[in-house]
Design a protein around this ligand. Structure first.
Ligand SMILES: *[C@@H]1O[C@H](CO)[C@@H](O)[C@H](O)[C@H]1NC(C)=O
Ligand SMILES: *[C@@H]1O[C@H](CO)[C@@H](O)[C@H](O)[C@H]1NC(C)=O
Ligand SMILES: *[C@@H]1O[C@H](CO)[C@@H](O)[C@H](O)[C@H]1NC(C)=O
Length: 272
């Protein structure tokens, strides 16, 4: 066996590591979308869900940031979804927002919230009336009730009521202003009945989003725009790596960098 042989092995090892890293972060696929706005503390707002700067900020009933340990308003606690984690139009073809996410284990290598909490995804819509439009969402929550497919449940105020009455508690209003179970309010005019901080996101559904039902999308992981993370205070530590992969060669995590350092040393030794 020649040095060239070992060198090739080392090079393949490096290539494999880079590829595995890419596959891990840079996944993409087809997804269905739904809507939700249940006012519950988002699932990614608890400590320890993923390798992030801070959990997603959740809010007290007067919309002030509250402690990550505070219990959810959907179970007797005092933490709710912050009103400003609602969608907005950047321009006619691009919006920003937040979503409850489920990504199938074949893409996440079996990972759940650790794989997606606070990651951002660009959804390019593939059904009318939204073809040609995209939304970039940050995964602030989970959507576990359908596990056979990738799903993004878009956080849209008044977009879908649930059986809990956390919104009524958070704002001290009747739960009925949030519309019907499973579908939410039925017209842009009804958005005026919502608590004031939620109205713009409610209207977005009837304007930019064209009141689409269950639009499908192609999705891919993207580095989170800072305008989005400014509203959750949550940044994944692997976003840096994703940004590095996008611009140049893969930068590596500690485990894989041990392997690639080993490979590099081997290449170095063999090329003396
Ligand atoms: C509302 O949420 C429920 C539960 O996740 C879901 O089954 C339903 O499809 C949603 N409705 C819409 C319009 O997204
Ligand atoms: C919308 O904004 C995005 C991001 O700034 C930009 O890339 C895109 O060209 C804009 N589209 C239109 C139609 O202005
Ligand atoms: C990420 O995936 C997309 C789509 O598969 C591809 O176009 C892009 O080049 C990939 N980026 C990297 C850095 O691998």
């Amino acid at each position: 066996m020649t040095p060239q042989f070992f060198r090739n092995i080392a090079l393949s090892l490096e290539f494999f590591v880079a590829l595995a890293q890419c596959a891990n972060l840079n996944y993409s696929g087809e997804a269905v979308t739904t809507r939700f706005w249940d006012c519950c503390k988002p699932s990614c707002a608890w400590d320890g869900k993923a390798d992030v700067s801070k959990p997603v900020v959740s809010c007290s009933s007067d919309d002030k940031p509250t402690d990550a340990a505070a219990g959810t308003g959907c179970n007797g606690g005092l933490a709710f979804q912050c009103s400003n984690q609602q969608p907005w139009a950047v321009n006619d073809t691009l919006s920003y927002g937040f979503a409850g996410v489920f990504i199938t284990p074949d893409l996440t290598r079996g990972g759940i919230e650790g794989a997606w909490c606070c990651a951002c995804y660009q959804l390019d819509f593939t059904s009318e009336p939204l073809i040609g439009k995209s939304i970039i969402v940050q995964a602030s929550n989970t959507a576990y009730d359908l596990r056979s497919t990738n799903r993004f449940s878009l956080a849209i105020p008044g977009g879908n009521t649930t059986s809990t009455n956390a919104c009524a508690q958070q704002f001290g209003v009747s739960q009925s202003v949030f519309g019907n179970d499973m579908s939410g309010v039925s017209s842009k005019d009804d958005c005026q009945n919502l608590p004031e901080p939620l109205r713009d996101g409610c209207k977005w559904r009837f304007d930019w989003f064209k009141d689409a039902s269950y639009p499908s999308a192609k999705f891919k992981r993207v580095v989170c725009p800072s305008d989005i993370t400014a509203k959750t205070n949550c940044i994944r530590n692997d976003d840096k790596q994703l940004a590095g992969e996008k611009s140049s060669a893969a930068s590596l995590t500690p485990t894989t960098s041990v392997m690639s350092t080993f490979a590099a040393v081997l290449i170095g030794l063999l090329s003396i």
